[in-house]
Design a protein around this ligand. Structure first.
Ligand SMILES: Cc1ncc(COP(=O)(O)O)c(C=O)c1O
Length: 480
């Protein structure tokens, strides 16, 4: 018996050594059980036991009718804190989150709720007064703006110039003639998806991914393929590589700079790899860079777009997180898909409000804008820190949380088996908003997780709310 135990352990260690030495790489199929048994002169049951042990260690996974495959490497752990996002490849699934999301939205938007729900900076952090002044100025001086053709004059040239100017430091700046100004980032994402997909297609997304992106897929009859995403390093390019080898992917939709909800940041060398891989496989990339300007580090990270030499990346963004969500002003720089995106924009909504475009252009060109962004970045970093500390103080033992490097959302993972949907019901009754984790997955994952908005200056009221939320998270009905 001891002999047998030793034999399967020895085989498990041998295979683990090949995985560690990258002789067997993530996504590789292991030799079949029969072949291993034959070659190693072991019984079938000893081989199966060895493979089961590797499976338990998270190093291989069994896929029905296909055999055993090497999993993605475990991320380095920082003690207790690191959320355990998905490491295994999934299958494409239809999305069905909209009706539940609308219910959640209705609750978190009630007046007087503690604002941990919608990812929005507090109004006091935004330059509302100066936007008001600019509306007056532009209204008085630029009456002709109200006389433009709503289906041909889509872009205000001053605003396009500002978007290009703000990209000049990137490896590859945006080109004015690839830009379409949109009503928000959501519209930009929607136009891109319409331009390159058909109902029934599969779109690769981060796991967890921003629920509004999933909702767009749902609305267009697209399937979501959830790609493992590291809480600090973002979408796994290794996993995307494997997935795109295994099946047809119509587009890859991601937030490479400070994802929502993880706050992850894809390193430059991986962005470059992603841009090259997707161009080589002719898979259009739809990149959402809405949080890119809200970096905590000294430098603004470049988007994947700036590593793309094939015009294959459509970069979407908006002023919703940095100027005001009420402006409903964004853009897409669509590369080789520009003509298709332009047509979709004309069909969907025609031109974006020209007065608002002129107001935003004036703000973006001012030195006051740079000052405002510096202050906003500092506030976001401080608020994320304050919220993180409060969670560590008040939430049940075993809670993990993300360590965003920009933006203003936090991803909290309660002890395995906890139910954030139950927590949500309790919290809403007590006037505290947040977004339950399962809304960030097309396949109902992350039920023990929640996303918290840190867009508001810290206050005793917010601290009290985190304390209460932590106590509720520790109650028997929420815990496993
Ligand atoms: C990643 C991401 N993209 C897009 C949006 C929506 O932006 P907009 O208001 O410009 O549509 C949000 C808002 O939370 C977001 O987090």
């Amino acid at each position: 018996m001891d002999q047998r135990i030793l034999r399967y352990e020895r085989l498990a260690d041998e295979l683990a050594g090949m995985i560690a030495g990258r002789i067997l790489r993530p996504g590789d199929r292991l030799p079949s059980v029969r072949r291993l048994a034959h070659e190693k002169r072991l019984s079938i049951s000893t081989v199966v036991q060895a493979l089961r042990q590797l499976e338990e260690r998270g190093q291989v996974e069994a896929r029905p009718q296909s055999g055993f495959f090497v999993c993605l490497p475990a991320p380095e752990r920082s003690p207790q804190l690191e959320p355990q996002t998905r490491r295994r490849l999934a299958r494409p699934v239809a999305v069905d989150i909209s009706s539940r999301l609308m219910g959640v939205h209705a609750c978190i938007a009630r007046p007087g709720m503690v604002p941990f729900g919608t990812a929005m900076p507090a109004a006091e952090l935004l330059p509302i007064a100066s936007l008001q002044r600019l509306y007056g100025l532009v209204g008085r001086r630029s009456g002709a703006l109200l006389d433009r053709n709503s289906h041909t004059d889509l872009n205000h040239p001053d605003l396009v110039r500002q978007f290009v100017r703000h990209s000049l430091a990137w490896g590859q700046p945006l080109a004015a003639d690839e830009i379409v100004v949109t009503n928000s980032c959501t519209e930009a994402l929607s136009l891109c998806l319409r331009a390159v997909t058909r109902p029934g297609d599969t779109v690769a997304v981060e796991s967890p991914s921003y629920y509004l992106m999933l909702q767009l897929l749902e609305q267009m009859g697209l399937k979501a393929l959830e790609i493992p995403t590291h809480h600090r390093l973002g979408l796994s390019v290794d996993a995307l590589e494997i997935a795109s080898r295994e099946r047809r992917i119509a587009a890859c939709l991601l937030v490479s700079n400070f994802s929502n909800p993880l706050g992850s940041l894809v390193p430059d060398h991986e962005k470059k790899r992603l841009a090259e891989l997707m161009a080589e496989r002719r898979i259009p990339v739809i990149e959402d860079d809405i949080f890119g300007g809200l970096h905590f580090g000294p430098d603004r990270p470049w988007p994947v777009k700036s590593f793309d030499t094939a015009g294959n990346v459509m970069l979407c963004s908006s002023l919703s997180k940095t100027l005001s969500p009420s402006l409903r002003l964004g853009y897409v720089a669509a590369g080789r898909f520009h003509a298709e995106v332009l047509m979709q924009k004309t069909l969907t909504s025609g031109a974006t409000n020209p007065v608002t475009q002129a107001v935003a252009a004036r703000h973006l060109e001012s030195t006051a804008h740079d000052r405002h962004l510096r202050g906003l970045r500092r506030a976001c970093e401080r608020q994320v820190m304050q919220m993180s500390e409060a969670i560590l103080r008040y939430f049940p033992a075993g809670t993990r949380l993300s360590q965003p490097q920009g933006g203003f959302v936090l991803w909290v993972e309660l002890p395995a088996g906890s139910d954030s949907a139950v927590l949500f019901e309790h919290a809403v009754r007590e006037g505290i908003a947040f977004v339950p984790g399962d809304l960030f997955s097309a396949s109902g994952r992350y039920r023990n997780c929640l996303r918290l908005n840190c867009g508001n200056p810290w206050s005793p009221r917010l601290e009290e709310a985190v304390k209460r939320l932590g106590a509720l998270a520790g109650e028997a009905s929420v815990l496993p």
